[in-house]
Design a protein around this ligand. Sequence first.
Ligand code: NAD
Length: 262
Amino acid sequence: MNIDLSGKTALVTGSTAGIGHAIAKGLAGSGASVVINGRGQEKVDAVVRKLQGVGGKVRGIAADVSTAAGCKALVAALPEVDILINNAGIFEPKDFFDIPDEDWSRFFEVNVMSGVRLSRAYLKGMLGRNWGRVVFISSESGLNIPVEMIHYGMSKTAQLSVARGLAQLTRGTGVTVNSVLPGPTMSEGVETFVKDLAKQNGQSLDEAAANFVKQHRPSSLLQRFASVDEIANMVVYAASKEASATNGAALRAEGGIVNTIA
Ligand code: NAD
């Protein structure tokens, strides 16, 4: 299979680092014209420069997708896309009894409403043109709610629900809406978190990562963190023309942590 996305425009939210960056690189490598997004112009510009020459055309738009104003500005600058990857997201372990209302709202705004607002803006155009791909980057934590960050789990389950609901709107068209569920993945954000753990416990980064999987994700069949590219591969496939029969699905790339068949 040779994935060719030339002629398609893709927006990847939160693509200046981590999984989003790997997805942007993968889509550009498959010939798509890719729009990088992050909150800061400087970082966006740096990533655009880095990804020039990977394949398809790469440009950037700085906007905070966690706010209505940020999404509005983004859509004004980019009125149409063929592929929307709702990747931007935040996570932070916190005891349930210490999570204030503001954190619940913030997690919902960043992790859920960003994708809701952008889908509202772009999905109609995709339906009108009879081709499009929307992918929500949810998490295995949307199925196995982590007790150390219930608010994050809530937001990741909500994304699954939104994605499945939107897929119902695509009946009989060439548009698909799916979710991809990564498990622990060594992105920039997670590396910072694991480095802190390593420092606290006097371990190397590799030891802390291996311990994290053993202690917190004991059912993992992979028994290690995934790389960002391993997740991006699944997302690029879901965004491809070749994935035309996959719609409304929650695609797991979580190393087998979730002990169910489907
Ligand atoms: P990361 O922290 O490494 O990168 C996140 C990116 O999003 C950064 O570029 C950041 O600048 C950007 N971003 C954050 N808030 C933004 C906003 N309001 N507007 C625009 N950009 C914003 O994160 P990651 O680990 O790569 O996670 C990416 C997605 O994957 C998230 O939705 C996360 O929930 C999901 N996920 C990650 C893991 C993991 O272990 N890394 C596991 C499952 C799911």
